[in-house]
Write a protein that binds this ligand. Structure first.
Ligand SMILES: Nc1ncnc2c1ncn2[C@@H]1O[C@H](COP(=O)(O)OP(=O)(O)O)[C@@H](O)[C@H]1O
Ligand SMILES: [Mg+2]
Length: 261
């Protein structure tokens, strides 16, 4: 069972300071401040999708006469690398990242989130930027599905206008979601949807090796578990948890050894 905290705080470290976005509608992050890098992204599927999306955004940047694609929807199970790819795209394309946490904006009071959407698009639209609306299904649910709840309808309409007016020679939009079917179909018409499949075993092993090396631990046992139970480790998040368990275990053993000597 996947347990999600009720109130999820995303933390970012900017210039030695810890910022939390729980009280923020969005956070602007300079591309140099993004810690994730392309080197740490594994898997052929991931690399192929990354190259495609990067090429489209790069092609549109600076080309104001072009009628291009406003952006992308990344969808798939949690932990499949959607947020990771958006961040690394911003970094590699040297774009300011406007990170919007869908679950935060959805909690805002009636009317406020509409103003915030406009503010984010206006601020981002002034520079070379990427707007990332993460976990978007909680904030822009399908109009039929919510039976015309007026607040959401107004909010969605404002978003559609902002997307239609987006100047893709400067700014692109990426939305991520674990629940593609809940997203408003008008969004699906405006943005190009890409599925993020679960990671294959080879990629899972590569990610595990990399994450073990980052933590300075031996990867043999984690790799053994992935081979023994391939279906349990098909998301980056599951592999991350496995590596953390292994890290704690190996440190425990090390401490035990020290105590014994
Ligand atoms: N292809 C990949 N290569 C390296 N790490 C990955 C990959 N896919 C996922 N991960 C890792 O798995 C974790 C979850 O990824 P994330 O992008 O947050 O997933 P999602 O947004 O799809 O829920 C992160 O630590 C990320 O670094
Ligand atoms: Mg995500």
């Amino acid at each position: 069972m996947v347990c999600r905290p009720l109130y999820r705080a995303k933390r970012w470290r900017l210039k030695g300071e810890t910022l939390t976005s729980t009280k923020r509608d969005s956070l602007e992050i300079g591309w140099k401040e993004i810690p994730e890098s392309l080197q740490s992204c594994k898997g052929e599927d991931f690399q192929k999708t990354f190259a495609e999306v990067k090429n489209v955004i790069a092609h549109q940047l600076g080309n104001s006469s072009l009628k291009g694609i406003k952006g992308f929807i990344f969808y798939g199970e949690p932990g499949n690398g959607k947020t990771l790819m958006a961040k690394v795209l911003a970094k590699e394309l040297q774009l300011s990242l406007f990170f919007v946490d869908g679950s935060v904006i959805a909690r805002e009071l009636y009317g406020q989130s509409e103003r915030q959407i406009v503010k984010i698009f206006t601020t981002a639209g002034k520079k070379r930027s990427l707007i990332l609306i993460d976990d978007a299904e909680s904030v822009f649910p399908d109009r039929d599905w919510m039976k015309g709840e007026s607040w959401h309808v107004a909010q969605n309409n404002i978003l559609f206008h902002q997307i239609d007016d987006l100047d893709t020679s400067r700014t692109s939009l990426i939305m991520t979601t674990n629940k593609f079917q809940l997203l408003d179909s008008a969004l699906k018409d405006r943005l190009y949807a890409i599925e993020f499949p679960p990671v294959d075993q080879r990629t899972a092993l590569e990610v595990a090796r990399m994450k073990c090396a980052e933590k300075g631990i031996d990867s043999a046992r984690a790799e053994g578990q992935i081979v023994a139970e391939p279906e349990a480790f098909r998301s980056g998040r599951a592999i991350e948890k496995l590596v953390v368990r292994e890290y704690i275990r190996q440190i425990g053993e090390g401490e035990g050894n020290k105590l014994r000597t």
